[in-house]
Design a protein around this ligand. Structure first.
Ligand code: 13P
Ligand code: 13P
Ligand code: MG
Ligand code: MG
Length: 367
């Protein structure tokens, strides 16, 4: 019997939004959906928004890095950008950095995460989309969800996970190719931690089961300012996580988001803020933030997606959102000072460097 593999492709971009970097218009989202639907290329898809970003999830059997699928994602986002221009939305076409599609959407601006697998008899998975932050935002939740029994009780309880997982980590400062390292937990746990503490440099790209070799996780690792060489917006990453069975349970994957850990992003992509787990289609507000993450749950069967469920739409997460708001206020109280803003290399605007350059000339060294 020949098994047809299923591929999940998740492509996301900011192509314009209402009232600043807040939320795309309904017309824009409608245009993106209509394009995917009318193409007839994928039979199963789901379009949603997180802050000012539009995500397109597609289930198909054409494999990863497939030109038709990537072109479909790009064209749909371009339709969205056209509507954004017509409506005079802010930042129309913001993340579409190339003039035209060329083979693969990676490196052209949009965030991409993809996994290809032979479907298990039941195939549950979670799709995360974050706004006002960068790919390193997933480092801590993925480490805790896959490598720490404080969150992943299955590491103790389930024989299917007893050999742990392999982390593939990318050095995103290396821009002339994919520079990666593969490390296994539990063996290399401390080495993994050494890398993942630096969210701006080392980013989890994928995670595989050490028992079956099956891929559990794919994260978009694109860094927009590496591509464009200047500020164009934060990288607002997406992440697909297969759950249950040989992988962590859905609740184990969600558990670390209770921390609302501080991430890079927030106002002008240049600050530090807590990652707030939000409902689907959430907008952006306080100080162009706080950084947010949405989680949609699905099953896929014979390449067909179930309806989406909103995993952060639960009374528990209201309590957590209050905690995130407290953490946001706490760090904002110190404004531009110290850790509240990112280091020089991560600032998304050149303004400070320019100012410092001018001031440098006015400095004198006392004799
Ligand atoms: P199963 O035994 O159905 O895999 O469920 C385990 C689980 O998810 C508990 O959270
Ligand atoms: P986005 O990256 O979500 O477009 O936000 C950019 C920004 O500068 C917010 O202040
Ligand atoms: Mg924007
Ligand atoms: Mg955004």
């Amino acid at each position: 019997m020949v098994f047809i593999k299923t591929t999940l492709s998740l492509i996301k971009a900011d192509v314009g939004s209402i009232a600043g970097h807040v939320v795309p218009s309904k017309e824009l989202v409608k245009a993106v959906k209509a394009h995917v639907k009318s193409s007839g290329i994928v039979k199963s898809y789901y379009v949603f928004t997180t802050g000012d970003d539009v995500s397109i999830l597609m289930a198909h059997n054409k494999g990863k890095d497939n030109e038709d699928i990537h072109k479909l994602g790009w064209d749909a986002l371009e339709r969205g950008a056209e509507v954004a221009k017509e409506q005079g939305l802010y930042g129309a076409g913001q993340d579409l950095l190339a003039d035209a599609f060329s083979g693969n959407v990676k490196g052209l601006g949009p965030a991409v995460a993809e996994i290809e697998f032979e479907e298990r008899p039941n195939e549950p998975f979670v799709v995360f989309a974050a706004d006002k932050t960068d790919p390193g935002a997933y480092n801590l939740p993925l480490y805790l969800g896959f490598a720490d029994p404080m969150h992943n009780s299955g590491l103790m309880l389930s024989p299917k996970m007893k050999k742990g997982f392999k982390f593939t980590i990318m050095d995103v400062a290396h821009t002339t190719g994919d520079k990666i390292i593969e490390l296994k937990c539990p063996e290399d746990l401390y080495d993994i931690a050494c890398l993942l503490r630096d969210n701006q440099r080392y980013v989890v790209e994928s995670i595989h089961s050490n028992i079956t070799g099956e891929q559990a996780v794919s994260v978009s690792t694109t860094r927009l300012h590496n591509i464009a060489g200047k500020y164009t917006g934060k990288d607002d990453p997406v992440c697909i996580v297969r759950v249950q069975g040989e992988f962590p349970a859905t609740g184990e994957i969600l558990s670390p988001y209770e921390i609302c850990h501080y991430v890079a992003g927030f106002m002008r992509g240049s600050h530090t803020g807590p990652l707030m787990p939000v409902r689907s289609h959430s907008t952006i507000s306080f100080f162009d933030g706080p950084p947010i993450v949405s989680a949609h749950g699905f099953c896929v069967h014979n390449g067909v997606l179930t309806e989406a469920i909103d995993l952060f739409d639960h009374p528990f997460w209201d309590h957590v959102r209050n905690k995130a708001a407290d953490k946001a206020i706490n760090i904002r109280e110190q404004g531009f000072s110290g850790n509240a803003m990112l280091g020089m290399n991560e600032l998304e605007y050149g303004g400070i460097k320019e100012k410092l350059g001018k001031l440098e000339k006015k400095f004198i060294v006392r004799k």
